[in-house]
Design a protein around this ligand. Sequence first.
Ligand SMILES: *[C@@H]1O[C@H](CO)[C@@H](O)[C@H](O)[C@H]1NC(C)=O
Length: 189
Amino acid sequence: MLFLFIIVLANQLTNLNSLEAPKGMKVSFLEPLGFYVEWELVPRTIEDRISGYKVKLWKINEEISRNFKLLFGEQVPGLEKKDVSQEQFENHYTPKNEPTVFDVTNGYLKAIKIKDIKEETLYEVRVAAVRGSEIGPMSDPLRVKVIFRNTTTVMLAKRSLNYCELSTLNGLGDRSVNKDDATLYHTRL
Ligand SMILES: *[C@@H]1O[C@H](CO)[C@@H](O)[C@H](O)[C@H]1NC(C)=O
């Protein structure tokens, strides 16, 4: 009886101490071409410190199909470009390509800058808390893609498990970035 009780107690302690997946992850565009990834710190206690975070960035395979479609009242055939992700998007799915892993070796940091990303490339980002040699569960995934960029304007498409959005950033030329995060329309990524 006592033995059982100890097992139950031990189980509860393990549950109490198990690492949580980071919540509230956000990805914004960085100039020059890059992402700024932020998340909420995973709760911890003094004895039970988070030693850092692991941020994973996957390139997602997309199939690009270009179809001729009659646009403008069937007068002019227009070329429609359509990018369709070939990989499912869900919490329990891990993308096929090897991810690039960024180690944040400080449990109090809750953001990193990722450089050298590519335009017109679909990425998936997830983050996990690290405690010593233990790696916690991954956050919900977020997919991002820079779909348009010139010297003054950037358009960033994002998709989480709950929403799709297209953000337009203007005024990049003078470095005083005016961020307009309004949802303009839904984009399929
Ligand atoms: C960049 O693209 C935007 C949106 O298409 C356009 O309004 C702007 O004039 C462009 N800027 C330059 C310098 O080409």
